[in-house]
Design a binder for this molecule. Structure first.
Ligand code: PRP
Ligand code: URA
Length: 212
């Protein structure tokens, strides 16, 4: 019998709902889209690393010694180019010493099948928390290719942070990689015939980079 997949997590919060609604709104301009993509990425950063281990450290406050904690595991962010770059600055800003790898994937406009055009990953993936950043999980083809790349390079703990996920993509990732946890701001209804997420927010990369 196959392993039970790690359940998908979503974030219920009025500010997340507000930002996500602004991203969905076709009248939101590029600046507004960037601002709310960044805000959602900050929330995702906190949530996706919620169980990151810490080690006890003692520091001196201006008043007295105090016991605190420091992150105790390497963290590697892996944005899926191009749209994953939208999440990188907010995410990596939270985690001191985090490293970054890149996976370049682009869906064919006709078939929606992603092809790989770039890969550059840090040497030490084993033992690190690797977090794939991709705002849209549609068919799951891009996420699977990114997880395949990390697995080939000996990553042992892989998570996926997205802004919007479709049931089809979730099912694809969970079937192939049941131990990969998926965190999303929202799980949408389905895909259309062109494999775009419904209701979704359109083409994330085009809206974020202003290439529409
Ligand atoms: C988009 C998105 C994901 C992918 C999701 O990228 O950013 O990477 O599609 O679709 P999938 O789950 O069906 O693979 P796209 O290929 O449009 O490239 P871009 O990031 O350069 O815009
Ligand atoms: N990529 C996007 O940017 N949007 C979708 O709806 C699906 C894939």
């Amino acid at each position: 019998m196959g392993a039970e997949p790690v359940p998908v997590r979503t974030i219920q919060h009025p500010l997340v709902e507000d930002s996500l609604t602004r991203l969905r709104d076709r009248d939101t301009d590029t600046d507004g889209f960037r601002r709310h993509a960044r805000l959602l990425s900050l929330v995702l950063a906190l949530e996706v690393l919620r169980d990151l281990p810490t080690r006890a450290v003692r520091v001196e406050s201006p008043l007295e010694p105090v016991q605190g904690g420091r992150i105790d595991r390497p963290v590697i962010f892996v944005p899926v180019l191009r749209a994953g770059l939208a999440m990188l600055d907010a995410m990596s800003g939270f985690v001191p010493g985090s490293k970054v790898g890149f996976v370049g994937l682009e869906r064919d406009e006709e078939t929606a099948i992603a092809h790989s055009y770039y890969e550059k990953l840090p040497a030490q993936l084993a033992g690190a928390e690797t977090v794939i950043l991709d705002p849209m999980l549609a068919t799951g083809g891009s996420a699977l290719a990114a997880i395949d790349a990390l697995t080939r390079n000996h990553a042992t703990a892989i998570r996926l942070a997205c802004i919007v996920a479709a049931p089809e993509g979730i099912e694809a990732v969970q079937s192939a990689y049941p131990r990969t946890g998926i965190l999303a701001c929202a799980v949408d209804r389905s895909l259309n015939e062109r494999k775009f997420i419904l209701p979704g927010l359109g083409d994330f990369g085009d809206r974020y980079f202003g290439t529409v």
